[in-house]
Design a protein around this ligand. Sequence first.
Ligand code: ZN
Length: 100
Amino acid sequence: MTYSQADVLSAFDHFERNWGELQRSRHAACTMCLTEFSPQEVTKLYRFEEGIAYEQPLSGALGTDTARCPKCDLPYVVGDAELPVTTPGYLNAVHKHWHT
Ligand SMILES: [Zn+2]
């Protein structure tokens, strides 16, 4: 399995409002610190309202809330439901494109 440049570019669209997508994923990762984890390890979320990020507890979370990395706390988490997260090289390519 390989990934395309389009997969790298589209990762940006999955950083926010991804809680529903993560619940459909078996594997997740942070594109900032490159830690890989199970979606169940995500315990902190943001809810964005009018451009402001509010802390959102898991209870009452909506599919449109945004996951935060269990290690570095940042909202740059992706899941394998729609992205080739487990493909070798993909996370590094996303990191390089969007975070450097
Ligand atoms: Zn992280």
